[in-house]
Design a protein around this ligand. Sequence first.
Ligand code: ATP
Length: 247
Amino acid sequence: MTVLSISGVHKLFNGNPVLRGVSLDVDEHEVVALIGASGSGKSTLLRCVNLLEQVDDGTIHLDGRDITDPRADPDQVRRRIGIVFQAFNLFPHLSVLDNVTLAPLRVHRMPKAQARAKALALLERVGLADKAAAYPDRLSGGQQQRVAIVRALVNDPRLLLLDEVTSALDPELVGEVLALIRDLKGDGVTMILATHEMSFARQVADRVCFLDGGLIVEQGPPEQVFGAPREPRTRQFLQRITDAGRL
Ligand SMILES: Nc1ncnc2c1ncn2[C@@H]1O[C@H](COP(=O)(O)OP(=O)(O)OP(=O)(O)O)[C@@H](O)[C@H]1O
């Protein structure tokens, strides 16, 4: 079953095309990794899916509904599509629990007891129940990022978008976030992740899409894209990464 259908999406910034006709269908329980050089449009694509950016052309359907229709309610859409960024963006003046329940309570009008119970269950699941009352500055980067992931999951989204979620972490903290994402995959969470970590894409993705110049140039199972890339541009990109010692 198709959860997300991106069709012919174009996005321009100041007249410069950043997405040039991207089409991508994501199935339920599928994990899709977006790879590509800096500036290839990975973040912009995720931001369009979450309606943080408006597409200039094309459509995006979630469960068959056109979310790029101007009549679509962005708050409703964002309840169904969680997003986690490289910078965890937790509110420093709110406890972990309040960070997680803020949007459900303020934006989505979830009853308080339900939001609390849901948040605590998720924090328990990611091993952070004992941090519910703590403030973000008392947490490590890896813990903060796990809280940000919990915050994105608290509405039981249909789709989770992960934008470079390990890039701001010290290397020794990356593992705990990757382990959580692998667990979520095991639970059947549908995800699109943009990453510079090829080993991560290789380990968790069902499908890898290589973006170049605002287009998906090649896509396939990780073993094919990494092991036997068909397109010269994919080969060049992977070669550069290998030369930099990052593959
Ligand atoms: N709000 C904006 N205004 C103007 N230009 C933007 C904006 N957001 C992104 N861009 C430009 O769009 C292009 C694609 O950026 P994007 O962040 O989507 O790439 P990316 O593949 O995610 O890169 P990275 O891997 O570095 O995160 C870049 O040239 C960037 O400078």
